[in-house]
Design a protein around this ligand. Structure first.
Ligand code: UD1
Length: 411
């Protein structure tokens, strides 16, 4: 339940990045020694990843935002179907399993329904590393005697495929070149963690990653980078309420394209080493946005900006180029009084004077965050159902918002 119209003011400490923590936790499977991960966000997707590891025989010991993982007794090959269905990133386990066990059995992953989300690029890359892939009755079995370094070019810079191939090639025989890779900061974080465990990987952040296969990995400890999408979401909330908010534990460089758009819509944004402050006084100005792979504007910030732009002083166009089904929240915004037309992969948003509180429903994680932003701006009360989507990816979402003055409660 949200009572809209309250100005947000104060400090928010940003948690560890979901999209870093997930592949990093999966990659601990590669290591038969104990590892420690700190700044690990306490969110539902991370607990699903822990469940998968435990099912496969790993020991997971959590203490607040630290977790120790011992994969020495890894004994399973098969990822349970129910866990695979709950979260798309579960597919990242496959690369790690192949690296360590040379075998993995799984079903097609689930997760937020924001597009078809095939895994052909992952599977094509595995094949080039020497993996045989057999699909029967919805189950996929990946297997090999040994993994061999290869020269792989991805059809598209897929984040998940880049990570999966880094994991699979880490312990392979020889050198693997992965070209046309994703350049997201989370890829660099994964590279850093793998190297801390003794892997030999260079290139994350550029177009090509080179993995020099090693025999085994050793104990390590790693701190997950801050969540740039969580940070971006709070920045949008500050703008939505004409607020004044300071974010702590952030890497401003990772939010460059988001900050650029926030400044275009009229926000005053200042950055320091690990802090971002934002202030919004005037009306929201219209902007055009096209989602792109990093360092372009992130698809994961698309719906939050759409909500802001519903009350801008003109017409904005958002083009979604990454996922084909990421406008499901639009009908809910229209129920709140927004004027939005969808044309294929574009949303044309005509600014209206104000939104009105309404009963609306979340259908995915980031679309859900967008609806909360709409609720914070709207006049009156909004009841937003489906908050389990938010719990998948935002740590202490409601509490963090309450601390900066939002009138938000879980019913
Ligand atoms: C990751 C992020 C997600 C983010 C997305 C894009 C995690 C856990 N999730 O998702 O939050 O929105 O990157 O920045 O890190 N594709 C194929 N075949 C494949 C793989 C992908 O066609 O084998 C397509 C997808 O359908 C999509 C596009 O490539 O259209 C991008 O997907 P990808 O970069 O793989 O996203 P995820 O890793 O699933």
């Amino acid at each position: 339940m949200i009572d809209g119209g309250n100005r947000l003011e104060g400090e928010v400490v940003i948690s560890g990045a979901k999209n870093s923590a997930l592949p990093i936790i999966a990659s601990t499977i590669l290591n038969s020694n104990q590892v420690e991960i700190t700044n690990c966000p306490d969110i539902h997707d991370v607990s699903i990843m822990f469940d998968i590891l435990e099912t496969l025989g790993c020991k997971v010991h959590k203490d607040k935002s630290s977790v120790r993982i011992d994969a020495s007794n890894l004994n399973g090959f098969e990822i349970p179907e129910n866990l695979m269905h709950e979260m798309r990133s579960s597919v990242i386990i496959v690369g790690a399993m192949l690296g360590r066990m040379k075998k993995c059995v799984f079903t097609y992953p689930g997760g937020c329904e924001i597009g078809a989300r095939p895994i052909n690029i992952h599977l094509e890359g595995f094949k080039q590393l020497g993996v045989s892939i057999v699909e029967t009755q919805g189950k996929i079995t990946c297997e090999c005697e040994k993994l061999f370094g290869a020269d792989i070019t991805l059809d598209f810079p897929s984040v998940g495929a880049t990570e999966n191939l880094m994991l699979a090639s880490c312990l392979a025989d020889g050198i693997t070149y992965i070209r046309n890779v994703a350049r997201e900061p989370e890829i660099k974080d994964l590279q850093d963690f793998l190297n801390e465990m003794g892997a030999k990987i260079v290139g994350a952040g550029s177009n090509t990653i080179v993995v020099n296969g090693v025999k085994e990995l050793h104990e390590a400890s790693h701190t997950v980078i801050p969540d740039r999408i969580e940070a971006g979401t709070y920045l949008c909330m500050a703008v939505a309420t004409r607020g004044n908010v300071l974010l702590k534990n952030v890497i401003p460089e990772h939010l460059a394209s988001t900050i650029h758009k926030l400044r275009q819509i009229g926000a005053k944004v200042e950055t320091k080493k690990d802090m971002i402050s934002i202030r919004m006084i005037n009306e929201i100005l219209p902007v055009n946005i096209k989602t792109m792979p990093y360092p372009g504007f992130p698809t994961d910030m698309q719906s939050q900006f759409a909500s802001l732009l519903t009350v801008s002083s003109g017409t904005s166009i958002i083009v979604e180029t990454i996922f084909e089904n990421r406008f499901k929240y639009v009908n809910e915004l229209i129920r709140m009084g927004a004027n939005i037309t969808i044309e294929g992969r574009s949303a044309i948003i005509q600014g209206v004077e104000k939104l009105n509180g309404a009963n609306v429903e979340m259908r995915d994680l980031r679309g859900g965050a967008g609806l909360v932003i709409a609720g914070l701006m709207a006049s009156g009360t909004s009841e937003i159902s489906g908050i389990s989507f938010l719990e998948r990816g935002y740590e202490n979402f409601i509490k963090k918002l309450q601390l900066i003055g939002a009138k938000i409660n879980k019913k």
